[in-house]
Design a protein around this ligand. Structure first.
Ligand SMILES: CCCCCCCC/C=C\CCCCCCCC(=O)SCCNC(=O)CCNC(=O)[C@H](O)C(C)(C)COP(=O)(O)OP(=O)(O)OC[C@H]1O[C@@H](n2cnc3c(N)ncnc32)[C@H](O)[C@@H]1OP(=O)(O)O
Length: 194
């Protein structure tokens, strides 16, 4: 097999994650990083509308209410949508590190089915950092923060610069994002990364 290693185990010389001194306070709502994001954007009608809050340490929590548009089998959430919820929650960890990062690898365990109408309570944390590689885990629980685990993920995110989006995104959306002062503010919040 070619390509990068499939291991999600941090190397022995990985460092412990450090919460950025300017990270949002525990409990603070993080807000959307892009209003048309399928995971968290308010302008994406069938999106997940995930609401993510800063947690303790280098962690976040989020709530996703499974809607009719998120079905795979009748009355049950689609597995890809649940992976999106885990991915988006892990993406929220960027705010705690003040580092922009994108998903390199995401491994998902589906432990129990998730009916439409469920409030899925998600939690994610950074477990280790090695160079540009950020390792994390996430869980989604049914009905409440202490409910039964329905989904679990382990992931590797890779740090990127804002240029990653400008160089790779479709012109139309990039131009629109770059002329939106709120979007520029979000991008700047990450660029100041001492
Ligand atoms: C004006 C506009 C402004 C807008 C900006 C607003 C701010 C936005 C804020 C926050 C955004 C957060 C968004 C959250 C949304 C949820 C998260 C997602 O869904 S993200 C989308 C899905 N993911 C992708 O589309 C990545 C596609 N892949 C890539 O672009 C590249 O492959 C990338 C960046 C991941 C790596 O490419 P390389 O060329 O930069 O780096 P290399 O050297 O290949 O990798 C670096 C290290 O990582 C390992 N690595 C990379 N991929 C791996 C993999 N799949 N498995 C294991 N290791 C991997 C490599 O082995 C290497 O490790 P060694 O440093 O050598 O030890």
């Amino acid at each position: 097999m070619s390509g990068p290693t499939t291991s999600l185990t941090p190397p022995a010389d990985a460092r412990r994650p450090v919460r950025h001194p300017d990270a949002p306070a525990p409990g603070e709502l993080l807000g959307s990083h892009y209003d048309r994001c399928f995971g968290c954007g308010g302008e994406q009608p069938h999106g997940l509308h995930l609401e993510t809050r800063a947690g303790e340490g280098v962690g976040v929590t989020a709530v996703f209410t499974v809607k009719e548009a998120h079905q795979g089998a009748p009355g049950l959430a689609h597995g890809g949508v649940l992976a999106t919820a885990l991915d988006e929650t892990l993406g929220g960890l960027s705010w705690l590190l003040r580092t922009i990062a994108v998903t390199g690898r995401l491994e998902t365990d589906y432990v129990r089915p998730v009916p439409v109408g469920t409030e899925l309570h998600l939690a994610a944390e950074v477990t280790a950092v090695h160079g540009r590689k950020i390792y994390g885990t996430a869980t989604g629980r049914i009905g409440g923060p202490d409910g039964p685990v329905a989904v679990r993920a382990a992931a590797l995110f890779v740090e990127v610069k804002v240029d990653h989006f400008i160089e790779n995104g479709r012109d139309e959306e990039i131009r629109s994002a770059m002329s939106d002062p709120d979007q520029i503010k979000v991008a700047r919040a990450f660029e100041v990364n001492p």
